[in-house]
Design a protein around this ligand. Sequence first.
Ligand SMILES: [Zn+2]
Ligand SMILES: [Zn+2]
Length: 505
Amino acid sequence: MVFYCQRNCFATSYKTVVVACKKSKVQLAASEAATDGKQKSNNKKQKAKEIECYEVLFEDTVLFPEGGGQPDDRGTVQLQSCTQCSNNTANSEEKSSSAPTSGLNNLRNGAHPEDLLTECASNKECCRSCTANVLRVTRRGGEAVHYLDKAFDVGSEVLQRVDWTRRKEHMQQHSAQHLITAIADSLYGFATISWNLGLHTSSIELNTNAVSADQLQELETRVNAVVAAAVAVTVQEYELDDPQLDQGIRSRGLPADHVGGVRVVSITGVDSNMCCGTHVANTAQLQAIKLLCVEGGKQTTLLTFLAGDRLLRYLSDCHSRQRSLHALLNTNPENFVSIVQKTQVSLKVAEKTSKEALRDLASAEAHLFMLSSNRGEQQRNIDKESTTDALTSDVQRCMLQNSETRLWCHHRRLADMDYLNALVSSCDDQGVLKILTAGEEKGPGLLVIDGPPDLVGVLAPQVCSVLEGKGGGRSRFTGKVTALYRREMAYKLVRDYLHNLHTAS
Ligand SMILES: [Zn+2]
Ligand SMILES: [Zn+2]
């Protein structure tokens, strides 16, 4: 079946009747399923989410179901008999359906192409209870299946509206693909194997293992010459067995469940292609085509491109990023790469230096501890405890010494796991119980507990829990903690345990 949207690619709204409606479910990308408006469109690994919805069939549809590499439309479906907003509906319908048509007429009269693809007027006054959002539209045999978030009674008259920004971009990318495919074939004999209309950029897979920079440049020049020539793009419908279909019409085959006649989309004088997609009426509506890059594979090459509105938006995004970088790097764009390279090199040196310095510091700290610890041995039976820095300072050292066990508590705010491990290896006395931490008072921190295995086994899990962390390990316990401001509490727990242990024995 050929749908209304395929016969009238510039129609943004359409009145039709509900033929069937039942409860259903639909898989949506996480970005589309998000109801809080926070879209993570850059996250490629996003999981699909199943949404409860309604599966609705209409007599015909202005909403394009996916096909020919073109994604499906989004939009709304509004009940016509809604008493609360019937007046507004009538107004907006008139606006939205007439604008693109007059635009087309203007083009024929030599009007500026910008007047053309006028956006669908949204019905802001809608009461909302009569309007469903179109979550997905798929093709099942000859039917377009609409997944909506509201149900409609069979027989109701509704007004379908297309998310025109999305659709217009899809039309521009799709027609651009036909044009690039045709010119790449006629210029270099590169056949198109597949193409993908992506969320941001689109790509064409060509059956060649290499496209040279010169070829890419020539291809870009030639496709843009066709854009500038404002060539008509026409659609014709044929019966499946029409002999004309065999005469030089490009096709990558029809889907297995194809029903009815076929459409041939022609760029006058350039290409004829069997396609079910929606297309621009004139190549001037593509505005410009940018071939961004090629990535060669073993047998095929992926050519990434942008056309029309997406190209303009891409350029805006690039420019705003460039402005931000200009402010950050304080140099002209032509120096960006060299300045970033220099910064990366000096950062690597700085990281290496700081790592070495921390390791040296760890060994010095261990040495300091051993010195004072040995001096403490003169007073074997006296518990000695010293805290040289306040809790809030960057470094905290304290020790406890009695006849049986020496305890070394050490904390440094700016340090890493390497530093803590270096402390342990620099203090090679296994008789010392070491409670070592690094990190901010609140937030993520590191914990290492090392020493006599029986003490570590008993005390480490308790200390870790006081510091609100997780960890493990028998003779050397390592953990990630979140409450380093509770260090004193943890130290006290250990001191009390050791004290009780020794007074008992
Ligand atoms: Zn309403
Ligand atoms: Zn196509």
